[in-house]
Design a protein around this ligand. Structure first.
Ligand SMILES: C[S@@+](CC[C@H](N)C(=O)[O-])C[C@H]1O[C@@H](n2cnc3c(N)ncnc32)[C@H](O)[C@@H]1O
Length: 266
């Protein structure tokens, strides 16, 4: 999903490298800038949970947000630190587990936006993170969250391919085979209903699916973008429809209940 340190052809840590990582990330996941709405948070307090190597972090800061980041991995955080420095950007980077968010932030600090893209489904206790977020959002604040979608093309393929070999392990198959790299201790997937239950202390403003990966993996790792045959001939409108129905990314916008907006999506 997210770009990794192997995801560019240039020397790791150079501007060219990070530029290429960003270009590739938003080419593969073009829905991210629209979902994050980077330019909307100028002068606002933004908390990003789980920055990875900091592609979205840079764009929040570039667009004028006062960014704080909580990231579990020291390695990812040091890459993000270097990346921000390279571009002359500043953020408050905190190494720690978002399940213990309260201990990582000053007592009264609250945010206009809490953004977490592809992170909370990788932590063993997502509810702890969600509860902590609820305490750290300003009354008019917004939570923008991406969780992996249970009813998705990717999960359907995983079942079709692997259920025959380990049917007893069916619950764990999505977690086991969904990540490009081994190493995530957990990967939960969420239906709309499960996401609503996780976010029961919030008002959900928007919930929708997006993102199918159409490319052949052997070509993709060689920086060639060759679509699988069944996507190659599919009209773009059908592909977008399929992304809406079976996308891997469950995109959620939520607010504290007092603000009271209606829910949309299916
Ligand atoms: C799949 S990456 C996504 C990174 C980034 N948001 C992106 O879209 O590229 C997940 C990141 O979340 C971090 N992470 C996972 N669990 C976390 C937790 N409990 N607290 C803080 N960060 C966490 C991981 O270290 C990793 O950098």
């Amino acid at each position: 999903m997210a770009p990794t340190v192997q995801d560019a052809q240039r020397s790791v840590g150079t501007r060219e490298y990070f530029d290429e990582v960003e270009q590739r990330k938003y080419f593969i996941e073009p829905h991210i800038p629209g979902f994050a709405q980077f330019e909307r948070w100028r002068g606002k307090e933004v908390l990003e949970i789980g920055c990875g190597i900091g592609t979205d972090s840079c764009n929040f800061v570039r667009n004028g947000a006062n960014l704080s980041v909580v990231e579990l991995s020291t390695e990812s955080l040091s890459i993000t630190t270097k990346r921000l420095e390279l571009y002359g950007l500043k953020a408050n980077l905190i190494n720690g587990n978002a399940e213990k968010l309260d201990q990582l932030l000053p007592p009264e600090q609250k945010f206009d936006l809490i953004y977490s893209f592809g992170v909370i489904h990788h932590t063993p206790r997502p509810r702890m993170v969600i509860d902590a977020i609820a305490k750290r959002l300003k009354p008019q604040g917004e939570l923008r969250l991406m969780l992996y979608a249970r009813v998705s093309w990717k999960v359907l393929w995983i079942y079709l391919r692997y259920i025959w070999f380990e049917p007893w392990n069916w619950r764990r198959l999505p977690a086991k085979y969904s990540e490009a790299q081994i190493g995530s201790p957990v990967s939960y997937v969420y239906s709309f209903q499960e996401a609503r239950e996780l976010l029961q202390s919030f008002t959900i403003v928007e919930m929708r699916k997006d993102h199918l990966f159409p490319y052949r993996i052997p070509d993709y790792v060689q920086y060639r973008y060759v679509k699988n045959w069944y996507f190659r001939w599919m009209p773009q409108a059908w592909f977008r429809w399929l992304e809406h129905k079976l996308g891997w990314h469950l995109l959620i916008v939520a607010e504290l209940p007092e603000k009271g907006s209606p829910e949309t999506g299916d």
